[in-house]
Design a protein around this ligand. Structure first.
Ligand SMILES: C[S@@+](CC[C@H](N)C(=O)[O-])C[C@H]1O[C@@H](n2cnc3c(N)ncnc32)[C@H](O)[C@@H]1O
Ligand code: SF4
Length: 411
C-alpha cells in the first residue's frame, strides 16, 4: 500500500535547505526516480484508517487544498533543486498521487501537480502516472480530465462488496460504486485500473469475501491489491475491538482468506507479483510500488510523506499547516532523516525482495542464511526449483509467513 502511516519516528535533523549527504548522490545515474505526492484530505475518516489524513472539520482554517497545493508546488521545486546538485538528469519514471483522497482535489489541481512534476524533472515518455481515488468522489468527468492530462493508472478503494462489511469499515460509498468507477475509468481510456480489497473485517464471512473477489474480477480490472485488515492503534476500530464491540480478525481466518484470494485471482488470470498484489501481466504491475520494493529513488512530496534517495531516508512533518509553514518560510519540510548503513540496507532488501514473485538473490544471504533457506524449502515455504536456481521465492504457504521467514534468513 502506498499510504503514509500517521506516526513518525525520530532521526537526524534535515538541513533547512533540504540538501542531501554525498552518499545519496553516489551511483544515482543507475537508479530510477519516482515521485510520490501525499494528499492529506478525506471527507470523513474510515474507522480503521491510520493514514496521515484530515477532514475539513479537523483542519478548520489551518490548512486547505489550496494552501496544500501551493506548498506541494514549492516542495517540487525544492526537490528538483536538491537533485540537480548531482548533475544527473533523470526523467521521472513513475508518479503516484496517494492519500488521503486525491480525487477530492478535483481535475484542475491534479493536472497542475502533474504539469509541475513534468516541468521540474521531466517525465519519461512511458512514465506510469497513478492516482488513488475514493469511489465516492470519482465520476466520469474527473476520470476523463485526468486521462487527458496524462494520468495512466487509477487505483480505487473498493474494500468489499458486502454492505455490512462496508458499514463496519465506515465506508460511505455503496457496494457497487467502486465497480461503476472502474468501468468509468476504462471508458475514459485508462488501460490500468486497480481495486483495493480488505479482508478479515469483523462480521465478514467466507462467502462475503468470495463475493468481493468475484465482483472485482468481473469488473475486468488488470490489478487487485488485497490487504488483511490491520487494527491500527489509536483508530476507532481499535477502540471498538478493545471495548469488545467488535472481534479482532483471527490469524486462521486471515490465512484462509489469503488462500481464497490467491486461488480465485489466479484462476481469473490475475497473478501474484508481491504478497498483497496481483496483476494480469508483468506490464500491468504497479511500477511505482515495484520501485519502492527494489531500491529505486523516490521523493515523497506532502505532509508526512517519506522519501528515499540512495540509502538516505527522510520524512516530512505531519500536519498540513506545519508543512505549508515550513515551505512558505523557505525551509525544507523534512522532520528527520536517517542514513542507512550496509547492514540496514541488506536487511531492508531481504524484507522487501522476499515478498516479490521474482524473489531474493541468494548472494544477499550469509552461509547460515542459505542453510536456513534450505530448511524453509524443506518445510514447503520456499520454492525448491527457484532455490536450486539461486533465488528464494515464497510458495503460497510461505507468503502467509513472509516477514517471519525474512527475519530467519537475515542471520
Ligand atoms: C489511501 S487508501 C485508498 C484511497 C482512498 N483513500 C480510499 O480509501 O478509497 C489506500 C488503501 O489502504 C488500505 N488500508 C488503509 N488502512 C488499512 C488498514 N488498517 N488495514 C488494511 N488495509 C488498509 C485500503 O485498502 C485503502 O484502499
Ligand atoms: S478514505 Fe481512504 S485514506 Fe481516507 S480515511 Fe478512508 S481509507 Fe483512509
Amino acid at each position: 500500500m502506498a499510504g503514509v502511516p500517521s506516526t513518525l519516528p525520530d532521526g537526524d535533523p534535515v538541513p533547512p535547505d533540504g540538501s542531501l549527504p554525498d552518499q545519496a548522490y553516489a551511483g544515482m545515474a543507475g537508479r530510477s526516480l519516482s515521485i510520490y505526492l501525499h494528499v492529506p484530505f478525506c471527507t470523513t475518516r474510515c474507522g480503521y484508517c491510520d493514514f496521515n489524513t484530515y477532514t475539513a472539520g479537523e483542519l478548520g482554517s489551518s490548512a486547505s487544498p489550496e494552501s496544500w497545493l501551493d506548498a506541494a508546488l514549492t516542495e517540487i521545486d525544492l526537490a528538483a533543486q536538491v537533485l540537480a546538485a548531482s548533475n544527473t538528469r533523470r526523467p521521472v519514471q513513475t508518479v503516484f498521487v496517494g492519500g488521503g483522497t486525491p480525487s477530492l482535489l478535483g481535475a484542475a489541481k491534479l493536472t497542475t501537480l502533474l504539469h509541475a512534476v513534468r516541468n521540474a524533472f521531466g517525465l519519461a515518455p512511458d512514465a506510469e502516472v497513478t492516482t488513488e481515488a475514493n469511489p465516492e468522489s470519482t465520476d466520469p468527468d474527473l476520470l476523463g480530465a485526468l486521462h487527458g492530462a496524462g494520468y495512466t493508472r487509477v487505483s480505487l478503494g473498493m474494500q468489499s462488496i458486502a454492505p455490512h462489511v462496508l458499514a463496519v469499515l465506515e465506508r460511505r460509498h455503496t457496494p457497487g460504486r467502486a465497480l461503476q468507477a472502474a468501468g468509468w475509468a476504462r471508458d475514459a481510456g485508462f488501460e490500468h485500473v486497480s481495486l483495493d480489497l480488505i479482508y478479515g473485517t469483523p462480521g465478514e464471512t467466507d462467502s462475503d469475501f468470495e463475493g468481493s473477489l468475484r465482483a472485482a474480477i468481473d469488473a475486468g480490472v488488470d490489478h487487485v491489491s488485497a490487504y488483511s485488515l490491520i487494527v491500527e492503534p489509536g483508530t476507532r476500530l481499535a477502540r471498538q475491538v478493545r471495548a469488545g464491540q467488535l472481534a479482532a480478525p483471527s490469524d486462521d481466518v486471515l490465512a484462509d482468506r489469503y488462500v481464497t484470494a490467491d486461488s480465485l485471482l489466479d484462476d481469473a488470470g490475475l497473478h501474484w507479483y508481491e504478497v498483497s498484489n496481483w496483476a494480469a501481466s508483468p506490464a500491468d504491475r504497479c511500477r511505482h510500488n515495484q520501485a519502492y520494493w527494489t531500491g529505486g529513488d523516490w521523493w515523497g512530496i506532502g505532509p508526512g510523506a517519506h522519501s528515499h534517495v540512495g540509502g538516505v531516508r527522510w520524512w516530512n512533518v505531519k500536519h498540513p499547516a506545519r508543512y505549508a509553514a515550513a515551505l512558505s518560510g523557505g525551509r525544507s519540510p523534512g522532520h528527520a532523516r536517517e542514513v542507512l548503513d550496509d547492514a540496514a540496507r541488506r536487511s531492508e532488501r531481504i524484507l522487501l525482495e522476499l515478498r516479490l514473485v521474482t524473489g531474493l538473490d541468494l548472494s544477499l544471504l550469509s552461509d547460515a542464511g542459505r542453510r536456513q533457506a534450505e530448511r524453509e524449502a524443506a518445510d514447503g515455504l520456499l520454492d525448491p526449483d527457484a532455490l536450486a536456481a539461486g533465488r528464494a521465492v515464497l510458495t503460497r504457504a510461505g507468503r502467509l509467513l513472509a516477514d517471519g521467514i525474512a527475519l530467519r534468513l537475515m542471520d
